[in-house]
Design a protein around this ligand. Structure first.
Ligand SMILES: [Zn+2]
Ligand SMILES: [Zn+2]
Length: 142
């Protein structure tokens, strides 16, 4: 499937965070760089060093737009991470946990075809989205 895949045999899953060097868990990878939850939060808030990457020639898993950034994350209870291709807009929206309803549903559907539930992936997002993908908390505009 385009835009979403389970990654087998990820190289060096325990590589420390590329920003703060904290180690101990397999971190999510943004454009291939391991980034811990704290640093992702900082990025989402627009703090710290700006995150500048080249986009790749794939299509966004949500909107099919070409020009994407890879976002790799570990679903709950899964030893193997999933990686998705996201356009810059949806990449930022996911990072900031402010996907709109349509995007949330689209991504949920794709995840389900790989056998993951949305909850496994959006664990950290439960405070932000309800079952229908409504935003529960107002998030400041950038
Ligand atoms: Zn970090
Ligand atoms: Zn998109």
């Amino acid at each position: 499937m385009e835009g979403l895949r389970v990654v087998k045999d990820l190289l060096a899953p325990q590589t420390p965070c590329s920003r703060c060097q904290s180690a101990g868990c397999p971190w999510d990878r943004l454009a291939g760089q391991p980034i811990c939850p704290d640093c992702q939060e900082a990025l989402a808030q627009g703090e710290g060093e700006p995150f500048i990457v080249r986009t790749e020639r794939h299509r966004c898993v949500i909107c099919q737009q070409p020009g994407t950034v890879r976002y790799l994350t570990y679903p709950l209870h899964s030893a193997e991470p999933v990686e998705m291709d996201l356009c810059p807009r949806h990449f930022q929206a996911l990072l900031a946990r402010r996907l709109d309803r349509h995007a949330y549903h689209q991504l949920s559907r794709q995840l389900q075809t790989l056998g993951f539930s949305t909850r496994q992936v959006f664990l950290l997002h439960e405070a932000f989205y309800d079952e229908q993908g409504h935003s529960l908390q107002p998030v400041p505009e950038w």
